[in-house]
Ligand binder design. Structure first.
Ligand code: PDD
Length: 295
């Protein structure tokens, strides 16, 4: 059976088998969800947008006032070693840093002498099957019950977990989060909308994760002359959209074709992936291939 996690994993400066990688139950990641993470896709054993992911990791660490346990080059070496040791060409690298384990439970930060916990592993990249891309997926809308620093990629994901499970319970792939009448993002993805040929994207604020895939999509739109409008998207605009997409490092670009049980779009394309979703997916694949050739 293919394991989900490749051996070795990385833990606090060492590479070791998953079964031997132990963390204290007093770790603040476990007690408080006090930590940060990244998910980095790897294609043909090359990490995609590694610098951008490590820059966002640093921004999140800064945001929660936690010193980075490794310099940029140190993280790159960890990622490269995990990629080389794993049996798959296409992978997903998970990185996590927590505020470590003190000898007591106290909400305030532990003394500076308590080292952070750094953990990383490789798993196979699970891409969306072509049949699912051809039909698109269903989503629901839910109120956004998260805190107000959604720009930080932190491991305290309970609101996201509950939202995604609500979607799964209804046979849907994603929950789209609505706050104050505005569409923010998905439980684990960014959301784009297409209306009258224009690609609409919500602006990067503290209420949305600045997705690495989001940036790539906007760069590709610019490169190919696709009109874009970056502005808050009202819930009513989401419901009137011609196309709705979810995007992330693992899902890439995936059309949402049913929203709260209603088909997305109008006319012959209603309830089907729209033309721009297919076009953007192709541009994204071409871009990936260029990056993989360049290294
Ligand atoms: N999630 N918004 C949220 C809330 C996310 O959790 C994610 C990604 C994104 C997309 O970001 P990116 O394009 O950088 O992957 C947006 C990852 C994949 C996860 O939690 O597994």
């Amino acid at each position: 059976m293919t394991p989900y996690v490749a051996d070795p994993v990385y833990l606090n400066g060492r590479f070791l088998p998953l079964a031997e990688a132990g963390v204290s139950p007093l770790d603040r990641g476990f007690l408080y969800g006090d930590g940060v993470y990244e998910v980095i896709p790897v294609y043909s054993r090359r990490a995609f947008r590694l610098d951008e992911h490590l820059t966002r990791l640093q921004a999140t660490l800064d945001g929660i006032r936690l010193a980075n346990p490794l310099p940029l080059e140190g993280w790159k070496a960890v990622v490269l070693q995990l990629i080389e040791a794993a049996p798959w060409d296409d992978q997903s690298i998970y990185l996590q840093v927590t505020r470590g384990a003190d000898d007591k439970r106290d909400h305030a930060f532990p003394p500076a002498s308590v080292p952070p916990t750094a953990f990383a592993f490789a798993s196979p990249l699970v891409t969306t099957p072509a049949e699912v891309r051809a039909t698109g997926v269903a989503a629901i809308t839910v109120p956004d019950l998260r805190w107000a620093r959604c720009d930080l990629k932190v491991i305290s994901l309970l609101a996201n977990v509950l939202a995604r499970q609500q979607a799964v319970d209804q046979g849907c792939a994603e929950a789209i989060l609505i706050r104050d009448g505005l569409m923010k993002e998905g439980a684990a993805s960014n959301i784009f909308v297409v209306k009258d040929g224009v690609l609409l994207a919500p602006p990067k604020t503290h209420l949305m994760l600045p997705g690495i895939t989001y940036d790539v999509i906007l760069e590709l739109a610019e490169c190919y002359g696709q009109p874009v409008k970056i502005a808050e998207i009202e819930e009513s605009e989401l419901r009137r959209a011609d196309e709705v997409w979810m995007t992330s490092s693992t899902k890439e670009i995936l059309a949402i074709t049913t929203l709260d049980g209603q088909p997305v779009g109008n006319g012959p394309n209603a309830g089907k992936p729209g033309p721009l979703a297919g076009q953007m997916w192709q541009w994204y694949q071409d871009f990936k291939n260029t990056v993989m050739r360049k290294g």
